[in-house]
Write a new protein. Structure first.
Length: 251
């Protein structure tokens, strides 16, 4: 890029893996990249979502996979061949009081939200290093990984771990021209959020959000920021945590 162009970039021909592309943020990013001509891969646990993806986006390689299965996940990713970009999106959350946390809820969130990023990213990075043309990785964390919030201690700890995971990889993989960044939104209007919304400590957030206090982020607002981080438009951004929260963090 000459640096003289306006803000645009095409992912046409770029190979991109998205975890949890079946719905929510993962699917929204997948749809935008599909329309831009990217070659897409997704690992999605829910077979119904995979069926739907295959109908809606016939050229996407959508695989039914539980990314908490370390070996199986790596086998599938290796079968894709080298990739240019990775978006780690799949995660889950449960709003619950600290005193109610159970071991199984703790393990479920940690295994998916944090541990699964290791086998997925390791397999992708192996391919990128072998290919020798660098790459861009975006890990989705959350505002909850940056600030203390009520009712989400396990989720917050898992997401704080995601931020540090990105920082470490950014420091370690820069020599391969692989960039690793984090994207941390406040509440986003997705099926996951809608399922959990009744437990969301809304008042806690609204009073802290300078910009449109009651606003829940819409998918387009989230997709644009993720695409910026995935693309060379952010070519020297590495190890950064892009917080999209209407200013909650700084207020
Ligand atoms: N929605 C929000 O308010 C919000 C806010 C901050 C951060 N985030 C983060 O954004 C990311 C996406 O969240 P979302 O709201 O789009 O969620 P979502 O539940 O709508 O989508 C997640 C997708 O991941 C899939 N998935 C779940 N477990 C999986 C597994 N073990 N293996 C493979 N796929 C699996 C689900 O089937 C689903 O299709 C997550 O990392 C989440 O923590 C969301």
């Amino acid at each position: 890029m000459s640096g003289q162009e306006s803000l645009k970039y095409s992912f046409a021909g770029k190979k991109v893996l998205i975890t949890g592309g079946g719905r929510g943020i993962g699917r929204a990013v997948l749809e935008r990249l599909y329309n831009d001509g990217a070659i897409l891969f997704t690992l999605e646990k829910d077979p119904d979502f995979v069926d739907q993806l295959r109908k809606d986006f016939p050229n996407v390689r959508a695989e039914v996979a539980d990314i908490t299965d370390w070996n199986k996940t790596q086998e599938i990713i290796e079968s894709f061949g080298p990739l240019d970009c990775l978006l780690n999106s799949a995660a889950t959350f449960v709003f619950e009081a600290f005193l109610d946390i159970t071991e199984s809820n703790f393990d479920k969130q940690m295994d998916l939200n944090l541990k699964s990023l290791f086998p997925v990213t390791q397999a992708v990075v192996r391919g990128m290093v072998a290919q020798g043309t660098g790459g861009s990785i975006v890990n989705i964390s959350s505002l909850a990984g940056c600030i203390g919030t009520p009712l989400g201690s396990v989720y917050s700890v898992s997401k704080a771990g995601v931020i540090m995971f990105s920082c470490n990889l950014a420091a370690e993989l820069g020599k391969y021209n692989i960039r690793v960044n984090t994207f941390s939104p406040t509440a986003v209007d997705t099926p996951l959020f809608r399922q959990a919304e009744s437990g969301w400590p809304k008042d806690f957030y609204i009073h802290r959000q300078p910009l449109q206090g009651s606003k829940v982020l819409q998918l387009d607002e989230v997709v644009n920021s993720i695409l910026f981080l995935l693309s060379p438009l952010s070519s020297m951004t590495n190890g950064h945590n892009l917080v999209v929260d209407g200013g909650i963090l700084i207020s």
